[in-house]
Design a protein around this ligand. Structure first.
Ligand code: SF4
Ligand code: SF4
Length: 366
């Protein structure tokens, strides 16, 4: 077995098939770090398991996939070297020797794209972007013919999505983790097949149905809890909690979640610097809306867990949320869907109705 170290990650070995080189990968370094330190050229971009640029074919061993981009078929052949670890002691990589040309796959890049026709040049994205990629182009024309509109420098953009979640007009879309993608994922959790006349499959109404949005760095802590008997937990992985939009949270309640927990890194330890702080503010705002519509602010929490060894604090937060939800009772919209599993299915993911208004309408309050 690979060695377990203080940060909860295991050390392991990589072997390069073409050269026979063997390198140790300590818990505080990535495979990508080690390859580069030893002269193996691997392209990378986001370095957070989001874009897949650094993927490499493996020939033997069992990877611990931690990316958000490879599908199951790809995972059977490739691993992302920036973030993935290894469950076996050694993994064998199919890389050409240093200095030779290698076959590098260039997948779709994660990128923010601005629709300047609805940009009001409010600077919110410029302030949200911690990479200096978003700026106002004074030669561009924004909504209503105003002078100046936002632009994104594709070479600097990491695709974190902080700007898209912050933009008040919805002018920014993402090539990966677009709003429609996130909402489709949430919708799939509340698929009619998962409801029945007596309660969600394997999940009676007396059992809280909780959805967790988490970043890649807190995901291992969230997955450690998994489907614990006391908490029915579904997981939506995001590139950063700063990508989580008010819309995503409200849609999750509209679909029937009894509770939602946002799991991110501790303040000061966010991979994208301030994504977790933005998420905390957004969560507070949505709590206010939940109170306004009578669902109760206690149904939504943000938890900051250590990037490693965060399983215990996350479990405590999830169980505390489940207790609060039991006190409040099931989400009335879930109760309605238990009666008619197809209710609300015709909602449009790109609806322009404000998320708080959409929820009020679902509850029959407006
Ligand atoms: S946040 Fe949105 S509306 Fe404001 S400047 Fe950026 S793109 Fe334009
Ligand atoms: S996606 Fe992230 S890096 Fe790119 S412009 Fe938006 S905030 Fe900046």
């Amino acid at each position: 077995m690979a060695t377990s170290s203080g940060n909860g990650l295991a050390d392991f070995r990589i072997r390069i098939a073409s050269t026979g080189d063997i390198f140790e990968v300590p818990s505080d370094k990535s495979i990508l770090n080690i390859l580069r330190e030893n002269g193996y050229g691997v392209e990378s971009y986001c370095t957070s398991g989001l874009c897949g640029t650094c993927r490499v074919r493996y020939l033997e061993g069992e990877p611990d996939h931690r990316d958000l981009i490879l599908d199951d078929e790809e995972k059977a052949e490739y691993l992302t070297t920036c973030i993935s670890r290894c469950k076996s002691e050694e993994i064998v990589l199919d890389l050409p020797p240093p200095g030779s040309e290698g076959a590098v796959i260039t997948p779709e890049r994660p990128l923010a794209i601005v629709d300047q026709s609805i940009c009001v040049a409010c600077l919110t994205c410029v302030r949200a972007c911690t990479y200096g990629a978003a700026a106002i182009d004074s030669d561009a024309v924004g909504v209503g013919g105003i002078i100046g509109a936002a632009t994104v420098d594709a070479d600097e953009c990491s695709g974190c999505g902080l700007c898209a979640a912050a933009c008040p007009t919805g002018a920014i879309s993402m090539t990966l983790f677009a709003d429609g993608d996130v909402i489709s994922k949430v919708n799939s959790l509340f698929n009619p097949d998962r409801f029945s006349a007596t309660g969600a499959v394997g999940r009676p109404l007396s059992e809280p149905w909780i959805v967790t949005f988490c970043c890649p760095h807190s995901a291992p802590s969230v997955k450690a809890l998994g489907d614990a008997p006391s908490v029915g937990l579904d997981i939506v992985e995001m590139p950063c909690t700063g990508r989580i939009d008010n819309l995503h949270l409200m849609r999750t309640f509209e679909d029937g979640a009894d509770g939602v927990i946002v799991s991110g890194c501790e303040p000061g330890r966010c991979y994208h610097t301030t994504g977790n702080l933005n998420a905390a503010k957004r969560t507070d705002r949505v709590c206010g809306w939940l109170d306004d519509v009578g669902l109760g602010a206690d149904r939504l929490r943000m938890v900051h867990v250590p990037p490693r060894n965060g399983a215990a604090p996350f479990a405590e937060a999830a169980n505390s949320l489940a207790d609060a939800v039991r006190t409040l009772g099931p989400n009335p919209l879930r109760v309605a869907r238990e009666a008619d599993p197809t209710a609300g299915e015709d909602r449009d993911a790109s609806s322009e109705v404000a998320p708080e208004d959409a929820l009020l309408a679902e509850l029959g309050l407006i």
